[in-house]
Design a protein around this ligand. Sequence first.
Ligand code: FES
Length: 106
Amino acid sequence: MDGKTRYACITLALEAAGTQITTLTGLMHGEQLGAVQQAFVEEDGFQCGHCTAGQIVSVEGLLRKPPDPTLEQIREGVSGVICRCGAYPHIFKAASRAAALKKGAR
Ligand code: FES
């Protein structure tokens, strides 16, 4: 919301009125996946997919601050979205891969 990550579950509709909202779909570039989405695909950053939208948006927000986060910063950055499948090792790899993709690495 206005470039900052927010948890939709604790955001009142009134707080969102008049703000610019970017959702998971808004991270795409036309038909192409965004860097974070692509990284999650490449690193199998999901299992059932229930938490995936929140994880991807969290990583997107994380990478707007330190473009090259440490593992500890990644762990903290996604800590607000619980993955019941325990896919964290892959989620952390996907976050690192996303940072590399955003820097232009292939
Ligand atoms: S992939 Fe199933 S809850 Fe995260």
